[in-house]
Ligand binder design. Structure first.
Ligand code: SF4
Length: 697
């Protein structure tokens, strides 16, 4: 038949951290369909994004030639002609574009020093791209000002995990839910955000596991829950401390495990004794009897496991939330065995790998501190150049530093901070203030509109490279279709930029970069490019080139200095901004099933766009009626930082006083409203809580 594929290529889904393996069906060099493959994390399953979110790669909006901003066109005018954003740019050759792009950054470095520059890499790209990008910033720019979207999703979880158990990765894959008696899902909406992982949770509940869902929104997973704790937004630490209080006060903790494997138990016990369930019921809205039941179930079961998402991490107390979850696992000994563990569900297909590869301002690859002289000396030898020993700035801090005039040049590969940062008006002003902005992407994103130079890059199905999913599984993405026009592969653009900054890089194949990266990362020992190609998926850590990887870790202690897990107790704090008479409701933001992150790919995927074509706000029936609206009415949503206009959608699962808005829609960008206040440890913004009001438009 007319659309029958003429070839097939195996790869990995470009969207969420589940890392489903898939097969692209191709005809005439275009993807015409996608099938699920029997990968370890998906077992032939795909969600709607993986199955239908592919034709963005062939969309007419793809950038196909390098662009340079026209002389004299202000960066503050980007929305003057939204129907024709290209009017601000002229086409250029690659030679000219690279010379201007690298030359502008080089000039700032030479005149003002490396710390006047910064770079944002991307978790949408491969490990090799992430590794080369951070190496370029560190060795070519001369700064540690390099970060990516992990800062906006699980940075606080990683901070707590490294502090508590010595590693920022999961202790067990999500498939471990199959062996669990009790599954806790907190601050996550896997049905929409990790749909294939959600099938494992639902199946486990079907066969009798207790499924405890904790979330202020009455999410779809609640239908499968044996216990639904719809707690008051922002009061998670109070709820979790009450559960910990019960476990310790009722003697349900694993004394032997605590004594043999942990430290600072006394500090935890001393802190949580102040939070009895009967008191916390008034704060978190969950009856004391339920809190005690959940505590007993979790502690007494043979195997309990915890999954969490950005409802936990995206708060100014995000690190404290994760500290409580780590304490829950450690104090009950529910870690290091089948069916137990700690699993922050990763949002992007390669956020684990990009973080591991060092795309963060405080760590070299493998989370080695940039402030440790021994580590610095290792990397100075490995990369053959002097390095800056100061930790760099994070995503939101970089925007502030641009406003202060401390950072003047920025190189962005594949990120869209003009949509994804909190308080995007502030972030967009920062982008407009830069002396030199280089954006490398596949579309003229909201961020690229502010660029001095735009470099047309590769979509995921156009390149080879490895990615690491939420389960620590290293998998292979393969080029399936050719690049459009003059677009180039990201890896080689980064290399060209490095050369323009004076680095003598001569990589000729992506596997060379992989091998160099593994040489700097003991965590990836025994994993070669050929092995990933041959086996399709290799879990780290792995003890030998022919051994299977360890799905479950921490069975024999923790990779901390003492070999013990550490309790770090937390006390509740208020959200940075609470409702008042002017802004009486609470906003929480996130993703929908059909749209992923800032929407640049899924809104250009025809099926996904057809299903959810327009920005919506999810409002409780009570709040909608009170504002004199019905579902489908246009509404204005305002916070202290701005106003957006979008459609109201009634949602009887939403609690009174809480509104949810997806952040994928540029025409009603949720992050116009959000609060940029940061968690002090993970430096993650409070996307999950700010004060708003709603009114009929
Ligand atoms: Fe892709 Fe995630 Fe859906 Fe799997 S669950 S198909 S990785 S978006």
């Amino acid at each position: 038949y007319a659309n029958a594929p003429d070839r097939e290529v195996d790869s990995v889904c470009p969207y969420c951290g589940v890392g489903c393996q898939l097969t692209y069906k191709i005809r005439d060099n275009k993807i015409v369909a996608v099938d699920g493959k029997d990968g370890p994390s998906n077992q032939n399953r795909l969600c709607v994004k993986g199955r239908f979110g592919f034709d963005y790669a062939h969309h007419g909006d793809r950038l196909t030639v390098p662009l340079i901003r026209k002389e004299g066109v202000s960066k503050h005018d980007v929305d003057i002609d939204p129907m024709n954003p290209f009017t601000h740019f002229r086409e250029a050759t690659w030679d000219e574009a690279l010379a201007v792009a690298a030359g502008g950054l080089r000039k700032i470095r030479d005149e003002r020093g490396g710390n006047a520059l910064a770079g944002f890499g991307s978790a949408k790209g491969s490990n090799e791209e992430a590794y080369l990008f951070q190496k370029l910033v560190r060795t070519g720019f001369g700064t540690n000002n390099v970060d990516h979207c992990t800062r906006l999703c699980h940075a606080s979880s990683v901070a707590a995990l490294i502090e508590g158990v010595g590693s920022g990765a999961v202790s067990a894959p999500f498939m471990a839910a199959e062996d669990a008696e009790v599954i806790v899902i907190i601050g996550a909406n896997p049905t929409e955000n990790h749909p294939v992982a959600a099938t494992f949770f639902k199946n486990a509940a079907e066969r009798g596991a207790k499924l405890i869902v904790m979330d202020p929104r009455g999410l779809a997973m609640a239908r499968h829950a044996t216990h639904m704790l719809q707690f008051t937004p922002g009061r998670d630490v109070s709820m979790l401390n009450a559960i910990l209080h019960t476990i310790i006060a009722e003697g349900l903790y694993d004394r032997q495990y605590v004594q043999a494997n942990t430290e600072d138990f006394e500090a935890l016990a001393e802190t949580v004794k102040d939070y009895p369930p009967e008191e916390m019921e008034k704060v978190c809205g969950i009856p004391a009897a339920t809190l005690r039941t959940v505590a007993r179930l979790f502690a007494r079961s043979k195997a309990s496991i915890i999954f969490w998402g950005m409802g936990v991490s995206q708060h100014i107390h995000g690190t404290d939330n994760s500290r409580c979850l780590i304490a829950l696992s450690l104090v009950t000994g529910q870690i290091g065995r089948p069916g137990t563990g700690l699993h922050p569900l990763r949002g992007q297909n390669n956020v684990q790998g990009a973080s591991d590869a060092g795309l963060i301002p405080m760590f070299y690859p493998d989370y080695k501190s940039v402030e440790d002289p021994e580590v610095q000396s290792f990397y100075e030898n490995y990369w053959g150049t002097k390095l800056d020993g100061k930790r760099g700035l994070t995503v939101v801090e970089i925007m502030d530093a641009i406003h202060d005039g401390r950072i003047n040049g920025l190189y962005i590969e594949g990120e869209n901070p003009a949509m994804s940062d909190p308080d995007v008006t502030h972030a967009r002003e920062a982008l407009a203030m830069l002396d030199h902005l280089v954006v490398q992407d596949i579309f003229l994103t909201e961020t690229a509109k502010y660029a001095d130079v735009v470099l047309p890059a590769s979509a995921w199905p156009e390149k080879d490279g490895t990615v690491i999913n939420t389960n620590r599984q290293v998998q292979m993405g393969r080029a399936a279709v050719p690049l459009p026009g003059e677009a180039r592969q990201d890896l080689w653009i980064i290399q060209d930029m490095a050369r323009g900054l004076g680095l003598n890089w001569t990589y000729t194949h992506v596997s060379e970069v992989f091998t160099e990266m593994v040489g700097a990362m003991p965590s990836l020992a025994n994993i070669s490019w050929e092995r990933v190609e041959r086996e399709g998926s290799v879990t780290y850590p792995v003890d030998g080139p022919d051994q299977p990887g360890h799905d479950i870790v921490f069975g024999n202690g923790f990779p901390t200095k003492t070999g013990r897990g550490r309790f770090v107790p937390a006390r509740p704090i208020n959200p940075a901004e609470t409702p008042d008479l002017d802004y009486p409701l609470v906003l929480t933001t996130g993703r929908q099933l059909e749209h992923w992150h800032t929407g640049s790919m899924t809104r250009r995927s025809s099926v996904l766009d057809a299903v959810e074509p327009e920005a919506v706000a999810y409002v409780s029936p009570h709040d909608l009626t009170r504002a004199g609206m019905r579902t489908g009415d246009y509404m204005l949503v305002s916070s202290r930082r701005g106003t957006i206009r979008l459609k109201a959608r009634i949602d009887d699962r939403m609690p009174v006083g809480l509104v949810f808005i997806p952040f994928a829609y540029a025409e009603a960008a949720a992050n116009v409203l959000t609060n940029p206040q940061l968690d002090p440890f993970g430096k993650i913004p409070e996307f999950k809580y700010c004060a708003i009001r709603i009114e009929k438009a």
